[in-house]
Design a protein around this ligand. Structure first.
Ligand code: HSE
Length: 285
């Protein structure tokens, strides 16, 4: 039997749609695997009632298939489904790491990333690695078609999860088909700024680099209260605010001493719009 803790993640970070991701030190899924003739799945924990246990419809079923590693897989959810905090990715990442060890497949952590991404495709319809990469490798990750780069960093973050659900499939439907050259130029500049900030553990540069004129405005419309929450966080000292993953979580970069006040301001922003929420004061894991 092998047990793995797979952390929540925040993908995109505004300017890095389907490319950037960051591991959060909490919450996390616990994935436990044991060898079996056929793959079976049991799910407990936060939001487990919404997660199918049929291996054909669960991210970890695809991972077991990719690794040719049938197993009984127990998932204890700490990351709420449809939260924008990489819930399905945490389970897929945990299963990939655990099954690789259980069956002694000898794959490196980097080699496990595309395998876990196949699991993500079951849920979102497209195999993107920006959540599974940081869940497996930790730190800040840059996932491109030719592989994944990871960078250790130290950036204080506040994630605010409202009591609303946004499915990744729905949030991908609102992504525009085209972009203007000026918006692309802005986004490339912001992505470069954010990457520099991650390399230097500089929350001001990371926050500036989160701005995104391409994808985030369309997705923000799916999140009741987003504009209020963003304004309140910025007024309270956040260096940048954006949608976490496909939403509905909102994530802020900041200086460490401001986390509590920013979390409180974000809760107020949702509350004024009639939405309950919870806050995670986190670091890059
Ligand atoms: N990059 C993905 C998206 C992350 O924003 O759709 C969510 O799975």
């Amino acid at each position: 039997m092998v047990t793995v803790r797979a952390p929540a993640t925040s993908a995109n970070l505004g300017s890095g749609f389907d490319v950037f991701g960051v591991a959060l030190d909490r919450p996390a899924d616990i994935v436990r695997v044991s060898k079996a003739e056929q793959t079976t799945i049991t799910v407990t924990g936060v939001g487990s009632q919404f997660i199918p246990e049929d291996p054909a419809r669960n991210t970890v079923g695809a991972v077991a298939e990719e690794l040719d590693a049938p197993a009984h897989i127990e998932i204890n959810k700490g990351v709420r489904p449809a939260s924008g905090l990489g819930s399905s990715a945490a389970s897929a990442a945990g299963a990939a790491v655990a099954l690789n060890e259980l069956y002694d497949r000898g794959l490196s952590r980097s080699e496990l990333v595309p395998i876990a991404a196949e699991g993500e495709a079951v849920v979102s319809g497209a195999p993107h690695a920006d959540n599974v990469a940081p869940s497996i490798l930790g730190g800040f990750t840059i996932a491109t078609a030719d592989g994944v780069r990871s960078i250790e960093t130290d950036i204080p973050l506040v994630a605010c999860l409202p009591e609303i659900a946004v499915s990744t499939r729905d949030a991908r439907r609102v992504v525009p088909d085209t972009a203007s050259i000026p918006d692309l130029v802005t986004t490339v500049g912001n992505a470069a700024t954010l990457t520099t900030g991650m390399c230097r553990s500089d929350p001001v540069l990371v926050g500036k680099g989160m701005d995104d004129p391409l994808i985030t405005p369309a997705r923000a419309e799916l999140i009741t209260g987003y504009d209020t929450v963003r304004s309140y966080a910025l007024e309270t000292g956040a260096t940048g605010v954006t949608v976490s993953g496909a939403g509905p979580s909102v994530i802020a970069a900041c200086h460490g001493g401001d986390r509590r006040a920013i979390g409180s301001a974000m809760l107020d922003g949702f509350s004024e719009n009639g939405v309950d929420a919870r806050v995670y004061q986190v670091s890059v894991g």
